[in-house]
Write a protein that binds this ligand. Structure first.
Ligand code: BJW
Ligand code: ZN
Length: 251
């Protein structure tokens, strides 16, 4: 990839950079995205129909089993060159803010300091009824098969079911991360939108807010997205190839 010169200049002159990431940044670590084709046992399920409080209330074992399967996949995945390039960018440009929609921990494992998490984490379970935080999860039993239903643990405080600490459809995003994310969007000179379809709101408003405030928007994605219209530069390709090349050329 030959990065356009004006893009390299914008990156070099930027005082504040935002990296805004979605599931595509973890695709090359072997983790499934949401809106690309799903494979395997769970291909017959629509993830959006598992990612709601109503789905959990109706069938906690089904939803908990799906999230435990995903948590296990993340535990066995490794950060890729895109996660590492973002961590290296934080080292080069201290005023870099990483905002992620992802619920995996690959940014942290690549060395990113403290990503702003908009959609929670697979590793922060809490009570469905009273909200109490639950401790670290034990691995599922040895006979747990990928995708099979699994009874959620019970809350030590009230006996309610423990749920995944993620943000489901219809739920509010966490207030403080949202405030910090929009503040960074308004302050940045360059926003890199990496591996996201831009289909889910309010997160997808972050690049739009940055654009309205004069930032240069750079999209890194092999495919067209709902954010194409706000991007000044559209770099088509896998993040693990494009990002290291781009950042090495810029810095
Ligand atoms: C690569 C690659 C490679 C592949 N390299 N790239 C305004 C308009 C319309 C609807 C709404 C609206 N505002 C709110 C809504 C409703 C709803 C919503 O947005 N619906 C839309 C789908 C229409 N939003 C909500 O419900 C939100 N809550 C809310 O609005 O609350 C209001 C409220 C206020 C006050 C009180 C109460 C309520 C919550 C949204 C929560 C989203 N949660 C999920 C699940 C998290 C848990 C889990 O992981 O299971 O978050 S949904 C899912 O989508 C997940 C992701 O973070 C999110 C974004 O997906 P992402 O990351 O973009 O993935 P994909 O698959 O879409 O895209 C992957 C991209 O990667 C693709 O472009 C590929 O091309 C690319 N790619 N390989 C680089 N190698
Ligand atoms: Zn409880």
């Amino acid at each position: 990839m030959n990065a356009p010169k004006p893009l390299l200049t914008a990156l070099r002159e930027a005082r504040h950079v935002v990296a805004f990431t979605g599931a595509g940044v973890s695709a090359e670590s072997g983790l499934s995205t949401f809106r690309d084709a799903m494979t395997g046992l769970w291909s017959r399920f629509d993830p959006t129909r598992l990612a709601t409080a109503e789905a959990f209330a109706a069938n906690p074992e089904l939803v908990w089993g799906w999230y435990e399967w995903r948590r296990m996949r993340v535990r066995h995945a490794e950060p890729n060159a895109a996660h590492r390039a973002i961590a290296a960018l934080e080292a080069k440009v201290p005023a870099t803010t990483l905002i992620t929609q992802n619920v995996d921990d690959l940014h942290e494992r690549a060395g990113s300091r403290s990503p702003i998490r908009l959609h929670g984490s697979l590793f922060a379970p809490r009570c469905f009824d009273c909200g109490s935080a639950h401790g670290a999860l034990a691995d599922p039993p040895g006979d747990f098969e990928d995708g099979s239903p699994l009874a959620p643990p019970r809350c030590a405080a009230c006996g309610g079911f423990i749920r995944p600490g993620v943000v489901w459809f219809g739920e509010a995003l966490p207030a403080e991360p949202m405030r910090c994310a929009f503040e960074a969007a308004r302050a940045c000179d360059v926003l890199l939108s990496i591996g996201t379809s831009g289909a889910v709101y309010p997160a997808a408003d972050i690049p739009r807010e940055a654009r309205r405030n004069g930032a240069v928007i750079v999209e890194v994605n092999p495919n067209a997205t709902d954010l194409d219209d706000v991007a000044d530069f559209r770099l088509r390709g896998p993040a693990a190839e494009i990002l290291p090349t781009l950042l090495a050329a810029a810095f």
